[in-house]
Design a protein around this ligand. Structure first.
Ligand SMILES: [Zn+2]
Length: 452
């Protein structure tokens, strides 16, 4: 098999076939969920037979992470929304967790897990990965789902997988070279780390066999400055893969032709884009929150799940690869809950990243929001690769402040350089936003925050 598509039929189907399939899968999923009391209660107002078109989807309630959390706290460890006996599970994974809160735990049955792996495989194949590739996975293989799905999908394709495991970055660099890896799986943040470690070791990635960088977990793969810099440093093409622990598989991916957008895997997922405040769908091309329904997950059904990701959906005609899967222009453009509203101006961390990463002096950065004398202020701390003279640091800071202001309606950013090695290095899920404003203020700021 060496065609362009993993699923030649469903990746290129016409609108009517797609609609019919999605409605069929939706009805199947709702019917399955409603065999258990928790879901019968949740979906009491909707009978399977009454789902006659995809518009009827809107009669189903949204599912939120908070609701799953509450369910798991009341009925530990997996929640009453679990539809199968835990002994059916083949794997168990946890969310990466935010400070102080218990991570969510998810089981995957054999069917769930292979469904997710096939969704990953479709995406990786679509990007150009083939059986002859040797793929290095630079992650710790811990309880966080991370790149576990990618690992199994690569094996389904027939690639050679090389597990990076928990070891120092220097050892990983040597192993990537020694194994002749042609593709590397990591977060964008961690790729910057590997680029730097290699430089210290005197290794030039551009002479390695690497051709593909498979990134997930953060938006960087579609932030032009981040992507371009990674491609230049590794002389390899960056592919962006969008998934989450709750849904196991990959919901959107970069195809072989894509530049600046991803295809939605519409044969595995039903995706909607809504206004995060009203819950109503937004028109095509407008920014909104991504809501996902995962067709193949039975153990804890994900139906109309609010992902918190901000996206802009466009028709598939924007890509000429032949897939009839719609596009998310720019990938994940930010997070609903990461949006900082500073004196009435919306600041998305990915918007800051687009500016900061374009400057070759910047190694790492952090965004800090705080209240100073009753006024919201925003500061960007950046770290150079090596110690630079004061004058040069100041001029980079001035340049960044001007570019950031230009992008944010003239908002004043305090930009300051910090010493090399000050800011944390991230392997998974970089957290570069620190909101030090009093809770009431930041909550209010969010409440008033309008999605542009
Ligand atoms: Zn395409």
């Amino acid at each position: 098999m060496d065609g362009e598509y993993w699923n030649p039929r469903t990746e290129t189907w016409d609108a009517e076939s797609k609609r019919r399939w999605q409605l069929h899968k939706l009805r199947e999923l709702v019917g399955w969920a409603k065999q258990t009391p928790w879901w019968r209660r949740r979906l009491a107002s909707v009978e399977v037979e009454s789902l006659r078109s995809l518009d009827d989807l809107r009669r189903l309630p949204f599912l939120t992470r908070e609701e799953i959390r509450q369910d798991q706290e009341e009925s530990p460890p997996f929640g009453a929304g679990l539809t199968v006996d835990p002994s059916w599970a083949m794997t168990r994974h946890e969310t990466s967790g935010t400070s102080g809160r218990r991570p969510l735990a998810f089981l995957q049955t054999r069917r769930d897990w292979y469904w997710g792996a096939y969704a990953w495989a479709q995406a990786l194949w679509g990007f150009g990965i083939r059986p002859q590739d040797v793929v290095y996975l630079a992650f710790g293989y811990g309880p966080f789902i991370g790149f576990w799905g990618a690992h199994y999908a690569l094996q389904l394709i027939g690639c050679t997988t090389v597990a990076g495991g928990a070891q120092p970055s220097e050892a990983r660099v040597r192993q990537i070279l020694a194994t002749g890896a042609t593709a590397l799986v990591a977060t964008p943040s961690y790729l910057f780390r590997l680029a730097e470690v290699a430089q210290d070791l005197g290794v030039d990635w551009r002479t390695s066999k690497l051709r593909y960088l498979l990134v997930a977990g953060e938006p960087g793969g579609n932030i032009p400055s981040t992507r371009d810099q990674l491609e230049e440093r590794f002389l390899a093409r960056v592919g962006d893969f969008i998934g989450m622990t709750e849904t196991a598989g990959i919901a959107a991916f970069t195809c072989q032709r894509a530049r600046g957008y991803v295809h939605i895997a519409e044969n595995y997922f039903l995706e909607e884009v809504i206004d995060p405040k009203s819950g109503e769908p937004v028109p095509v091309g407008e920014l909104g929150e991504r809501v996902t329904t995962a067709f193949g997950l039975g153990s804890y059904p994900i139906i109309r799940y609010r992902t918190g990701d901000l996206v802009r959906r466009l028709p598939h005609s924007g890509c000429d690869c032949g897939r009839t899967f719609d596009l998310y222009h720019g990938g994940i453009l930010g997070r609903v809950d990461n949006l900082l509203v500073i004196r009435g101006v919306n600041v998305h961390p990915s918007g800051v990243e687009a500016v900061v990463r374009a400057n070759p002096a910047v190694r790492e950065f952090r965004v800090v929001a705080e209240t100073v004398q009753g006024r919201d202020e925003i500061r960007v701390e950046w770290e150079p690769y090596h110690s630079l003279p004061e004058g040069q640091l100041a001029s980079v800071s001035r340049e960044l402040a001007a570019q950031l202001a230009e992008r944010h309606e003239g908002l004043r950013f305090a930009v300051e350089a910090v010493s090399p090695g000050t800011l944390p290095v991230w392997e998974l899920k970089a957290r570069r936003v620190v909101d030090r404003r009093p809770p009431a203020v930041s909550a209010m700021g969010k409440e008033e925050g309008r999605v542009p």
